[in-house]
Structures are given as structure tokens and as C-alpha cells.
Design a protein. Structure first.
Ligand code: SF4
Length: 427
């Protein structure tokens, strides 16, 4: 097999080898993140500086989710721009001006880079600074790249949040400790988490990204942050540069991940452990009831992950430890060893982790493994179904609220339903 170099994970006692694979990839680009980000930050607008391909990707990925006044659009770079016959910066300024005149609700505008803007070396950070000067204080303009050359799928959110980090005001060093939850969560999940933190005894909790761009937390050496998503390496770095300190924890998927996530925050804030235990135990008991029917269907079944959303490791941990599934291969675009250290320690020892992708080699391994369930991107699902395999689209796992105790049963259902459907078709 070409392009496969095993390497070790330098993390405590964890000794599962990680295979590095390089070759053709089958992953969405970072523009896709706009689909959930534009629904989260209610006064933001995402202007993709891209091609018709980018516009088509957004339309098909957004599908039915486009409403009357969408909060994203594509400024098309055409042949004249590519041939250097027009001043792209002037055109961009005109488009932004027209957009902001028409949409007075926009408070934060993101210029989102794409493959074409990268190819013509359009400097979007200068454009954003220029436009910010022009439209401040009513609108701020930021930029980040969602280009397929630089980013995969969920990395768009990482780049977006990293670009927002400088907007957070500095908190004084003597301010009371506060907790910042980092990573886009559905509003319903955010509300549940806020209530549970209050019940546990942590009142000063803020979320990043916020629901409106003006409602930003302040940040400083007394900020402790907890990642809600495992794909936020650049955003985490940007927050740490502002003094915030990460609370190490697994991710809030399933009863176990969610309780360890809350517990880590409570430990960092010195909350009485007996109280924490009591509050969480009641939640865990309820989740276990909701998981039981899914466990019956999934226990002993094998699952194979193609690299896509970067949620693969926490999902594999949840499926193996709480539902009894057997992950045979976990593909992941990038493995952030530090952020995933707690997760990696909980994986079964006989697991194969593959970082990066060589899609043909991986398809070969998948065909040999004949897993009961394959988690993969949209592009691979149909060919694999045609081979008789049962698939789950990984994009659904990013669009659906899956974090927290209340959502654990729904998360399990996302994996058990395709198998049930296959059984019904076979009957
Ligand atoms: S950014 Fe690149 S990969 Fe993404 S849709 Fe546009 S051209 Fe395609």
C-alpha cells in the first residue's frame, strides 16, 4: 500500500498507532461551515468571493434551508477577473456597498475566500480592513478562507471563529473566573447547557460564537474555555493568545462524554464533587434508558469511518463504549492529539486510526472489512450503497443537534436507523 506511514501518538499511555495517509481526498471544502454558521450568528452575513462552483455547492448543501433573505451569497469571480481585465477590489467594494445598503440588519460581514480568490491572490484581509474602515461602526468586516485548497469541511468554522477572536474585548486580570464554551451549538443545546451549568453552580457562562455579533464575551487570563467541537485548533490558539486557558475534556457526545465534559468544567471551577455527581447521575440514568433500544440494534455491529467532519473520534468512542459497536477503522482529516487526548484514551485498543486520506486505498480496505455501517461523505455514500453497504452521511452529524444528554438518544438513532432500514428492505 502506497503513502502509508505508521506513527505513534505521544500522549500519556496511549499507544494505538496512527496511520498517515496522503492521496486523493473526498471531503467538502470549508465553505460548507457557512450553512450552520449563518443560522447561529443572526446578524452576520457571509459573502463568498468565489466561482459559480462555490455558489452551486452552497445551494445544494443548504438545500431546503435557504429562506427568503438568506444570510450568505457568492460574489462571482468571472473570466475577466481571472484574466486581470477588471479590478476585482473595486468590484468587491461595489458589491459590498450594494449589499449593505439593501440589508440594514447586517452587523458583521465575512468575506470568505475560496479556491478562485486564492488562485488570483486576492488579498481579502486588506479588503476586509478597507471595508471595515468604510462601514464602521455600523458594520464590521472580517475575512477567512473556506477554500478547498486550504480547508476541509469543518475547518471553515475553525477559520471563522479564529477571525472573530480579535473582536473579543480584553477582560481585566482581576475579573472573576468565567467559562467560555467554544464551537457552534444549536440554540436548543446551548439553552440546555446554560441551565445545567447553572444547576451545577457555574453561572458565568458565555458561548462563542454568540447568537448576535455584538454580544461577545470578554476574554483574559481568568477565562477558562471548553471546546464543544473537536475541530477548532486555530480558534483555540487565537483564544489562548488572548490569555484564555483550555479545560481538557472529552467532547459532549453521549452520556459519558457529556458528563465528563461538564465534570471537567466543574473541577476547574472548584464545584463540590458530590453535588456534581448527584446532578449528573440523574441525567445519565435517563440517557441510558433512551439508549437501550438502540444498543440492542447496534451492539456487536462493525462501523467504518471515512475522514470527513473531524467528529469521527468522539463518535467512535460513543458508539463503542455506550452502544457496543466495533469501529474497524476511524479515518480523520487531521488528528489534533492534544484536543483529542482524553478521547483517544477511551478508544478500544484494537482500533485502526488513519489520518488524512487516500480514497482508493481506503475504499479497498472498506470493501475487505465489509462493515455493517459506513460513515462517510455524500460523494461516497451512493457507490458504497450500490455495493450493498449501509451508510450514514457524516454531514448530518454536523447539521443535527447531537451534543448533550437530551440529544444522546437522537444521536444513537442516527446510526441505528440506517441499519433498521436495510433490514426492512431485505425482509
Ligand atoms: S472553494 Fe474551491 S472546493 Fe469549495 S466550492 Fe469553491 S471551488 Fe469548489
Amino acid at each position: 500500500m502506497n503513502n502509508v506511514v505508521p506513527s505513534g501518538i505521544a500522549s500519556k499511555d496511549f499507544s494505538i498507532p496512527v496511520i498517515q495517509e496522503r492521496g486523493q481526498r473526498e471531503v467538502f471544502c470549508g465553505l460548507t461551515g457557512i450553512i450552520w454558521l449563518h443560522r447561529k450568528i443572526h446578524d452576520a452575513f457571509f459573502l463568498i468571493v468565489g466561482s459559480r462552483t462555490c455558489a452551486h455547492l452552497m445551494q445544494s448543501a443548504a438545500g431546503v434551508m435557504i429562506f427568503a433573505e438568506p444570510r450568505f451569497a457568492t460574489a462571482i469571480i468571472d473570466e475577466r477577473d481571472l484574466a486581470g481585465l477588471a479590478d476585482v477590489n473595486d468590484e468587491l467594494d461595489r458589491i459590498v456597498e450594494r449589499l449593505l445598503q439593501r440589508r440594514s440588519d447586517i452587523r458583521l460581514l465575512f468575506l470568505v475566500g475560496s479556491c478562485p480568490s486564492e488562485v488570483i491572490k486576492l488579498d481579502l484581509s486588506r479588503a476586509a480592513a478597507r471595508l471595515s474602515r468604510k462601514f464602521l461602526p455600523s458594520v464590521r468586516v472580517l475575512n477567512y478562507s473556506g477554500s478547498g485548497i486550504e480547508t476541509t469541511f469543518t475547518q471553515g468554522e475553525d477559520a471563522c471563529l479564529a477571525s472573530m477572536a480579535p473582536l473579543l474585548a480584553g477582560a481585566p486580570a482581576n475579573e472573576a473566573p468565567s467559562l467560555l464554551i467554544v464551537g457552534t451549538l444549536a440554540d436548543v443545546v446551548e439553552d440546555q447547557f446554560q441551565r445545567l451549568f447553572a444547576e451545577l453552580g457555574i453561572d458565568k457562562v458565555r458561548f462563542f460564537p454568540p447568537r448576535t455579533s455584538t454580544d461577545l464575551a470578554s476574554i483574559g487570563p481568568n477565562t477558562r474555555y471548553l471546546l464543544a467541537q473537536p475541530f477548532l485548533a486555530d480558534a483555540a490558539r487565537a483564544l489562548e493568545e488572548r490569555g484564555a486557558v483550555r479545560i481538557a475534556a472529552p467532547f459532549p457526545l453521549g452520556a459519558e462524554g457529556t458528563s465528563l465534559w461538564f465534570k471537567a468544567a466543574c473541577d476547574a471551577f472548584g464545584i463540590d464533587s458530590e453535588h456534581v455527581q448527584k446532578v449528573l447521575a440523574a441525567k445519565i440514568a435517563r440517557v441510558q434508558l433512551s439508549l437501550a433500544p438502540h444498543r440492542e440494534r447496534l451492539a456487536g455491529k462493525t462501523v467504518f469511518f471515512f475522514p470527513d467532519s473531524q467528529l469521527e473520534i468522539p463518535l467512535a468512542r460513543f458508539l463503542s463504549r455506550e452502544l457496543g459497536m466495533r469501529p474497524v477503522e476511524i479515518g480523520i482529516p487531521f488528528l489534533h492529539r492534544k484536543h483529542l487526548a482524553e478521547e483517544l484514551e477511551m478508544l478500544p485498543p484494537d482500533i485502526r486510526i488513519v489520518e488524512g486520506q487516500h480514497v482508493d486505498n481506503q475504499l479497498d480496505r472498506c470493501r475487505v472489512a465489509k462493515p455493517d455501517l459506513v460513515v462517510c461523505g455524500l460523494g461516497l455514500a451512493n457507490p458504497l450503497e450500490a455495493l450493498g453497504m449501509t451508510t450514514k452521511w457524516s454531514i448530518e452529524l454536523v447539521f443535527t443537534p447531537i451534543q448533550g444528554f437530551e440529544q444522546a438518544g437522537d444521536l444513537a438513532g442516527l446510526f441505528s436507523r440506517p441499519l433498521q432500514r436495510r433490514l426492512k428492505l431485505a425482509a
